[in-house]
Design a protein around this ligand. Structure first.
Ligand code: ATR
Length: 271
C-alpha cells in the first residue's frame, strides 16, 4: 500500500493522520498515513529512508520546513517564494517540494465567504508562516497589503521582496498605518505561548474580520482580544489546516477531497 507521513518534532499533537485518513476513506483511495517523530538531527536520513521504502508523499511540520526546502530535488513556485516546504512528493527517485499553506489560507477564507479583492489587508508577523501567505493573498488582488512585525526590519524586507507582485508595504507593530482593514491576519507565532501581537484596538472596527493562523481548544488570545475589541468575526486556523491538507492530498493522489465533514469532525475531536 502507498505510504504517506507527516514528519515533525514534536509530532504527537499532529492532526494530519486524522485528516488524511478521513480524506482517503471519503475518496476511496487506498493509502496509509502516519506521524513520524523525527530526530532533530536526523531529518534527511528519515525522509530518504521513508521514500526508499513505500513512501510516496509527506507533510513536513515544525521545525523541518526549511530543511525540506533544502532537501527537495525540485521546488514548485509556491515553495520557492515561501522559502519553505510543507509537502513532499516522491516520483521515480526524485523528491519534489511544494508549499500548500498559502493556498490553504485563501481557500479557507473563500469557504467563509471572505473576499480580499480591493480590500486593505493587514498581516501580522514576518516569519515562515507570514511569508507563505503573501503571494496567495496578493493573487486575490487586494487594494493593499501591509505587513507588520515586532521586528520592523523583517517586515520591510518581506515587503521589498514581494514588491513586484502587488501593493505591499511593511513596518513595525507600533507604526501600522491607519486604514480601514477588512481583514487582519495573525501569522505570528505569539499564540503558541498564549500571547498576541500588541497592536492598537483602533485598527479594529465592526466590519473587521480577524483571522488567527493558530488554533486550539477554545479561542486564541488574538481572537479573544479581537472579539473584545469589537471585530465582526474571528476565525482560527483550523480550516486552513484542513484546506492545506486537501491540497497536499490532491497533489499526491489527483483527487480533491471535500473538506466540510473533516472540518466538523476535527472541531469535535479538539473539544
Ligand atoms: P513561523 O514559521 O511560525 O512563522 P518564525 O519563522 O519563527 O515562525 O516567525 C515567528 C514570527 O512570530 C515572527 O514574525 C516573530 O516576530 P519577530 O520577527 O519580531 O521575532 C513573531 N512573534 C513571535 N512571538 C511574538 C510575540 N509575542 N509578539 C509578536 N510577534 C511575535
Amino acid at each position: 500500500m502507498d505510504q504517506y507521513a507527516v514528519f515533525g518534532n514534536p509530532i504527537a499533537h499532529s492532526k494530519s493522520p486524522f485528516i488524511h485518513t478521513m480524506f482517503a476513506q471519503q475518496t476511496g483511495q487506498l493509502l496509509h498515513y502516519e506521524a513520524i517523530l523525527t530526530p532533530l538531527k536526523g531529518f534527511k536520513e528519515k525522509v530518504q529512508q521513508f521514500f526508499g521504502q513505500s513512501g510516496r508523499g509527506a507533510n513536513i511540520t515544525l521545525p523541518f520546513k526549511q530543511q525540506a526546502y533544502e532537501l527537495a530535488d525540485e521546488l514548485s513556485n509556491a515553495a520557492q517564494l515561501a522559502g519553505s516546504v510543507n509537502t513532499l512528493l516522491y516520483d521515480r527517485g526524485r523528491i519534489r517540494g511544494d508549499n500548500t499553506d498559502g493556498v490553504g489560507l485563501v481557500r479557507d477564507l473563500a469557504f467563509h465567504n471572505i473576499s480580499l479583492r480591493q480590500k486593505s489587508i493587514l498581516l501580522l508577523g514576518a516569519g515562515g508562516a507570514a511569508r507563505g501567505a503573501i503571494l496567495p493573498i496578493l493573487e486575490q488582488q487586494p487594494d493593499s497589503l501591509h505587513i507588520a512585525n515586532r521586528t520592523a526590519t523583517k517586515a520591510q524586507e518581506l515587503a521589498r521582496q514581494f514588491a513586484d507582485y502587488g501593493n505591499v508595504s511593511g513596518g513595525g507593530l507600533e507604526q501600522i498605518p491607519a486604514d480601514n482593514y477588512a481583514l487582519i491576519i495573525n501569522a505570528s507565532s505569539s499564540g503558541l505561548s498564549g500571547d498576541r501581537p500588541q497592536i492598537p484596538q483602533s485598527l479594529i472596527n465592526n466590519d473587521s474580520v480577524c483571522y488567527d493562523m493558530v488554533y486550539g481548544k477554545g479561542m486564541t488570545s488574538f481572537n479573544l482580544w479581537a472579539k473584545k475589541s469589537g471585530a465582526a468575526r474571528q476565525l482560527d486556523g483550523l480550516g486552513m489546516l484542513v484546506e492545506q491538507a486537501a491540497q497536499s492530498f490532491y497533489l499526491w493522489r489527483g483527487v480533491m477531497p471535500e473538506t466540510q465533514a473533516v472540518r466538523e469532525a476535527l472541531r469535535q475531536h479538539l473539544f
